[in-house]
Design a protein around this ligand. Structure first.
Ligand code: HEC
Length: 129
């Protein structure tokens, strides 16, 4: 009887471990797979944003975001690479500034689609250091 109980116990433990391992590996592969897709999407967004930036923003803010172009210095374009400066500006505030303009910066709502604005914000966030 004891032998049988020991056997049942061992089978139970084995089944249990097998189940846990299966669940765990599912979770791990989902996490890895999901992250991969997300990373790829945000990379594509940043790439698109870079193109929008070069075409529309770099003349004032500079290719590097420092704002040290001739026009940028005239209009006093802020340094987009300053992480503390960026931290004080939410995505929604920046979205509004790009769409409606702010100070000497022109409005882009007629020129850029929502997707392009979202992409260029994602790109601007990569400039900070
Ligand atoms: C004509 C020059 C010019 C162009 C073109 C320009 N900017 Fe600006 N930008 C400025 C100036 C000047 C400011 C400072 C505005 C202020 O605070 O008075 C500014 C501010 C900003 C800010 C801070 C906004 C805030 O809410 O404080 C961001 C972010 C920004 N620009 C991004 C961009 C992006 C992205 C583009 C392209 C789509 C762009 N700028 C195009 C001149 C420009």
């Amino acid at each position: 009887m004891d032998k049988l109980r020991g056997f049942v116990f061992r089978v139970g433990v084995a089944l249990c471990l097998g189940y846990m391992a299966g669940t765990l590996s599912g979770v791990v592969s989902r996490a890895a797979g999901g992250g991969g897709v997300e990373r790829k999407n945000s990379q594509q967004l940043v790439e698109k944003g870079r193109a929008v930036y070069v075409a529309n923003c770099a003349r004032c803010h500079g290719g590097d975001g420092l704002g040290q172009t001739r026009v940028g210095e005239m209009v006093e374009a802020p340094n987009l690479t300053n992480a503390r400066w960026q931290a004080r500006r939410s995505d929604s505030r920046i979205k509004g500034s790009i769409a409606r303009g702010r100070g000497q910066m022109p409005a882009f709502s007629k020129k850029l689609s929502r997707d392009e604005v979202a992409a260029v914000i994602a790109y601007v966030r990569t400039l900070k250091n």
